[in-house]
Ligand binder design. Structure first.
Ligand SMILES: N[C@@H](CCC(=O)N[C@@H](CS)C(=O)NCC(=O)O)C(=O)O
Length: 210
């Protein structure tokens, strides 16, 4: 069985959403990403993941896969029938990678990461200065679309929806971009997305406040 190392409401939530949308069973390991401990056995997370970050997907043969863009595509490709990722060779596959990169670098690392992890207020302020422009690109894209790619839910939606969900916690009002707010509400109505968020919110409540 696949195993996912995660921290509740962190970016690994996108991978939980993908696993649930794909109906792929997995064992979930809660990680204290601050103390780098695997919670169930107080294990050293550095030994699982030299990057010290979630998500980490452990494959059936014991190899590990990291980086949201790769983990999400791996999960999607387990169930090609569900088209959670467009097929390789189709332009939509490269659109998908375009959006996974955009969310990963511009929203996740460009804004959420410094907001949560940097103590430096100047660095936070410069990230803050860019985020409006970044979100305007996503908002314009979603003006007349239900999903990021094509006519159906893909792993790009899992990653973008997670990132939008977290913005509120960093003081960004997604309501300033009505198409994004409507998109996020639609994504949260999806039964698997809703269930994944609920599971992680419940786990989060058991942990010390950060
Ligand atoms: N480039 C990685 C970033 C992963 C990442 O930043 N994960 C955060 C949680 S959202 C984390 O575990 N941070 C702990 C740390 O960087 O020490 C990816 O896209 O998967």
């Amino acid at each position: 069985m696949l195993q996912l190392y995660f921290y509740p409401m962190a970016c690994s939530l996108a991978c939980r959403i993908a696993l649930m949308e794909a109906a792929v069973e997995a064992r979930y390991h809660l990680v204290d990403i601050f103390g780098k401990k695997v919670m169930e056995n107080d294990g050293d997370f550095w030994r699982v993941a030299p990057k010290g970050a979630v998500p980490v997907l452990v494959l059936e043969d014991g190899q590990t896969l990291t980086e949201n863009a790769a983990v999400l595509q791996y999960i999607a490709d387990l169930r090609p029938d569900l088209e959670l990722a467009p097929p390789a060779g189709h332009l939509h596959r490269y659109r998908l990678q375009e959006w996974l990169s955009f969310v990963g670098s511009e929203i996740h690392k460009g804004f959420l990461f410094p907001s949560f992890w940097y103590a430096n207020e100047a660095a936070k302020a410069s990230a803050r200065a860019r985020i409006g422009k970044t979100l305007s690109v996503a908002a314009a894209h979603l003006e007349n679309r239900s999903y990021v790619i094509g006519q159906r839910f893909t792993i790009a939606d899992a990653y973008l929806a997670w990132s939008l969900l977290l913005l509120e916690r960093c003081g960004v009002d997604v309501g300033e971009w009505p198409s994004l707010a409507a998109y996020l509400a639609r994504m949260q109505e999806r039964p698997k997305v809703k269930a994944a968020i609920e599971i992680e919110l419940q786990i989060r409540k058991t942990l010390p406040r950060r």
